[in-house]
Design a protein. Sequence first.
Length: 286
Amino acid sequence: MKVFITGGSGYLGKITISTLIQHGHTVEALARNDRAAETVASLGAAPVRGGLGDLGVLNTAAARAEAVIHLAQARTGDEDLAAATAMQDGIGTGTYVHTGGTWVYGDTDGVADETAPWNPPAVVAWRKPVEEAVLRRAQQGGRPVVVQPGLLYGGENRLIDIFYSAPGKKAGAVPCIGDGANRWALVHVDDVAELYVAALRAKPGSVYVGVGGVNPTAKECSLAVARAAGIDGKVASITLEQAREQMGPVADAFALDQRFTPARAEAELGWVPAHTDPLAVLAGGA
């Protein structure tokens, strides 16, 4: 299958391109500059020069493809919806896979799935109208699918590093908001890439949370990172207000208490996460 992907030069995108090619797909990847073009080309994808604001480029590239995977992070909901609309117009009846995230559900009060009500922190509240518009295309003959990854780890750990490398954190200790009893819905980047490939065969209108099925506490994660840093046991509790000062509104997302099951993706797509020990990976420094 010929797949067009946005965000291909990013943390998750690079793994997804490699996984697509391993599964026998051919890939074109959006590249906003020379460096991004070189990165995706080195992975075996054909670069398509442009950014998320180049709607004509997105539309044309999607029209050439049999499926689209949209991974690029938009700056606003309006930008994301405009890009999604251009690509869905281009792909027509081909599969369009859109990226969301589990943070939109807020605190889950136990183990949740895709039917949980939305209660997003402000940083991701814009996602709801975008995802609703994307999924409405299923009523018009389109094949939209939404993948909602949990908090990614593994490899370069780009998103989780926002928390652990926040400016102003206490030297010689790993931060933890409050007592760290809140749980994080983690998923390994390699597993999420496999989920995106599996989603290419999903039914129109499907939504899948992408989680590893293991939901450790934030403090357990901090302790694992401390071991990796050679400061075993050195965890510093900070207030949510301090976290907001250090990393901005995303702090509220890291303070969420979330547990999710990957049962739907397992049942409908046969997707089974291979990485089930995130604390070991974090303690190993990856």
